[in-house]
Ligand binder design. Structure first.
Ligand code: AKG
Length: 269
């Protein structure tokens, strides 16, 4: 692993098994983001990006103008509980759907799960919340020209504050696989945030977007490359700059939760 001066730890999926302490290092701020390059080959990304666009399955994200998604996220489902049945249905079907579209290549999401299972001694598993059921494993996001995401945090216990399993996730990481990038922009920005000081404890308390006017400049900016898996603490305020060019930015996005070292990583979106 190479720990760059700009706060990004670099790993190669084609290299050795990652050390399990890396997630602790990421949480503790030894580095701000972890990039696993070469998780997915360029031909596999191109093929899947094309299949996803051709599938016509994308729908508008309700909170982010211009963002299209395939597979709802937990955040969207709890913001609008009418969407919950559809979200829970997709939880059962989306991994198979992606495998079908990725064929004859492997599903990039399956590759990420295999990497995490190899990395974390207790392996990883999909998340079930006692109060809601099995959560969806990932969401695909399609950013067309000019679309980005405003600064925010993602915290499962704030989305489902009364659920014991949601509350047992002490560390939450955002994980994104990049299938396609525009000709510019689409940079992941991370702002300096004290996790303990976050006021985001319950989604019902109000909007979660943080105005850039109240933030310092981002402390770390990560320009993803196609085929990367990039992981960062999602408690940290983060944003995506507007994508440029006709080619859409396409990601497979999910969360990785840690309860403790002896329990499997939890995955959901
Ligand atoms: O697409 C990215 O680079 C990160 C997006 C993300 O995880 C988020 O906005 O929550």
């Amino acid at each position: 692993m190479r720990n760059r001066a700009d706060g990004i730890a670099e790993l190669d999926a084609l290299g050795e098994r990652p050390n399990h302490n890396l997630l602790a290092g990421l949480w503790n701020g030894d580095f701000a983001a972890l990039r696993v390059s070469n998780l997915v080959s360029n031909p596999a990304c191109q093929h899947l990006a094309h299949q996803l666009l051709a599938s016509n399955m994308a729908v508008d994200h309700r909170d982010v103008d211009g963002l299209r998604v395939i597979g709802l996220s937990h955040f969207q489902a709890v913001r609008n509980t009418e969407l919950l049945p559809r979200y829970l249905d997709e939880a059962r079907t989306s991994a198979g759907m992606l495998r079908t579209l990725a064929s004859p290549f492997a599903s990039p999401f399956d590759s990420a799960v295999a990497l995490l299972a190899h990395w974390w001694p207790a392996g990883c598993q999909f998340t079930t919340l006692p109060s809601e059921g099995l959560l969806s494993p990932f969401t695909v996001r399609i950013y067309s020209e000019g679309v980005g995401i405003e600064p925010h945090q993602d915290i499962l216990s704030a989305e489902s504050p009364n659920d014991p399993a949601a509350n047992s996730i002490g560390q939450q990481f955002g994980a994104n696989i990049y299938l396609s990038m525009g000709t510019g922009g689409g940079v992941l920005e991370l702002f300096a945030t004290d996790y303990a000081a976050t006021t985001y404890r319950d989604l019902d308390d109000g909007p979660q977007v943080v105005s850039r006017d109240t933030l310092p400049d981002p402390s770390v900016s990560v320009a993803p490359s196609i085929g990367d898996l990039i992981i960062f603490p999602s408690y940290r305020i983060h944003a995506v700059t507007a994508s440029a060019g006709a080619q859409p930015r396409i990601t497979i996005s999910f969360f990785v939760g840690v309860q403790n070292d002896s329990l499997p990583l939890k995955l959901w979106a």
